[in-house]
Design a protein around this ligand. Sequence first.
Ligand code: NAG
Ligand code: NAG
Length: 549
Amino acid sequence: MLASPASSSLRRSPLLVCILVVLCIQSYYLFKYNSQTTAGRVRDDYYNRGAYAPPGAGTATQTVIVTRTALVGPSGTNAVLQPNAGATIRGPPMHDIVLSIKTGATVIHARVPIQLLTIVPNFPNTLIYSDLKSKIGDFEVVDALRRVSADEAGSTLKYWRKLQDIQAQNDGLSDSEGKMGDLKEGWALDKFKNVPILIETYQKFPEASYYLFIDGDTSLISSNWFPYLMDLSRKHDPIHSPVYWGSMALLNNVPFGHGGSGYLINQAALRKLIPQDKLFDENFLLDLERNYTKLASSSCCGDLVLGQAMTDRAGVTVKHKWPWYQGETWWSIPYHESNFCSAIGTLHHVLAEDMQQIWDFEQYMLKKNGMDKWRPDGWTEEHEGGFKEWKFSNMPREARTQDLKKYKNILFRDMFDYFIAKKLPQEAEKDDDGTMMLSAKRVGWDNRSWKETEWNKDKVKKEGTLDWQKDSILSEKNCRIACEVHDNSCIQWYYRDGICGLSPKFNYGRRLRNDGTYMEWKKLGVSGWIPDRVEQKITQWRAKCPSST
Ligand SMILES: *[C@@H]1O[C@H](CO)[C@@H](O)[C@H](O)[C@H]1NC(C)=O
Ligand SMILES: CC(=O)N[C@H]1CO[C@H](CO)[C@@H](O)[C@@H]1O
């Protein structure tokens, strides 16, 4: 018979067994006592449950069990495992907004787990949609395409069938080397998902005030959202005054909320698309889905199709609410007067490792701003314990008159200070030929100056192009001089063979490649900043929202 070292030593020593039993009973009472007396403990448990319960299951009556596993090692040392949730700061939970995450089967494992570990517990009603049914931890992942009409979707659905087949054989998509190969073509399926996701999200939570739709590479400054929704609900009653807000994009004259930046729709707007009495009318819903699947098959993107549905059928056109909703992350955002003092709602193109950094940043800022214990006026112990849900559509009177200006939002300025200020090249350098520059530069680096003004071979052919603009694309030095000498508003530049980017906004950017030689990096691109001008601009922008410290 096999026996583990621990159990055989237990059998040898009845005294050890007795001690263990006594310890167990004692810790049971200790735990029971603790959980009844400290509000902080109740809160931690609440969030532990939120994090691990399947979406929608976070009801108030559920029993919470926290297990503490005592490991008795061979040497008799005790190691106690317990979740470190007490250290995490979370704002008031937001049951009244449904967070709906759209992702794809080939990327879900790279992206969604870190969302679940960071922002999602602040949104107890979270749904995850993909193009394949699966699970992530205890979260059910819904296949958003299962109800898409195949005859309307056309040949693109062959990728979907391929995913289904491979899943059925493998119980997963990776091959024996962990790769997914051409399955990545599955992104073409993405455009069919938005409208079905909208319908199903509404069906699952018809009573919610808000529905926020994001992608797997979208992050949120989650704590900014509670005061934001309070303010919004005072101005637009979520049940009667339609809201469809996002970062507006325009394609073929159709305005729509860009999907990766996230778009917010309230119940009033959804009701206009799907009248309440039609919410479970399968014929109506099938008709709606078919109409927009057909449109999707000849369109580029699902967020656009949704924008069209909202405009045509619901009569609600997206409102542009940039920079709260925006499509970049800390290093790719162009910092400027226009956003420096604004609060951050969403971030997009967030790499998994950046998502962790952004979460750490939020935690840091909550403490720094003294907002770590913030709760709205009218918040009670029942809300805290999850026994009562906070309805933005029916807030307590105190909350409706609370001075929200006192809430310290997390701003773009803060993100700049936290991530970039210390990494910034501070000193002008010498160029390769020994002459002194005004700029500091990085090789193999893309600071995205080209996003603002890009001079290239085609553009310099246009009439009226000045000589220095024509010259700027000929060499790195010319491009640098274009910024330093010819363009007063320019604070940074980017040069790559035949391309010169000049920008009056600050963009940090990112290394283009980690391996390779200096010459290879140079080919990829060189970025320069003019430290004096950068500092001057940042000081100007900062003056509008001086930090308290
Ligand atoms: C679908 O399109 C048809 C034809 O344009 C239209 O008559 C019908 O009302 C639409 N149905 C829905 C639910 O949008
Ligand atoms: C990684 C990246 O965004 N690279 C960009 C660098 O700049 C060139 C010039 O415009 C762009 O084409 C690249 O996409």
